[in-house]
Design a protein around this ligand. Structure first.
Ligand code: FES
Length: 101
């Protein structure tokens, strides 16, 4: 496997009025994840990138982490450090943000 963990962050923009994560909010999260991963020297092990719709639109901004397939919703930039520390580095799901499917 190329990366130990792979974070896909929705930056999908739908037409006005439809529930969605939104490009602006999604890209804010992508930038923050990339910055935290870079600061911690994790770029070669863990990848974060933008994604299209993850079918969790009403819970946006949403993201999914593989290989676990854990979905998170209502994520803000303030949550990124915790997701990196707790989930990506210590394999503990951040239960308050987890979307149960
Ligand atoms: S628009 Fe983000 S999950 Fe659908």
């Amino acid at each position: 496997m190329r990366f130990e963990k792979h974070v896909f962050i929705c930056a999908n923009q739908k037409a006005e009025g439809k529930p969605c994560c939104g490009e602006e909010r999604g890209m804010e999260l992508v930038k923050k994840f990339k910055q935290v991963l870079r600061d911690k020297g994790l770029q070669g092990k863990i990848r974060a990138q933008r994604a299209g719709c993850l079918d969790a639109c009403e819970f946006g901004p949403a993201l999914v982490i593989y290989p676990e397939g854990t979905y998170y919703g209502h994520v803000t930039t303030a949550d990124v450090e915790r997701i990196v520390e707790q989930h990506l580095l210590n394999n503990k799901v951040v239960t308050e943000l987890e979307l149960k499917y």
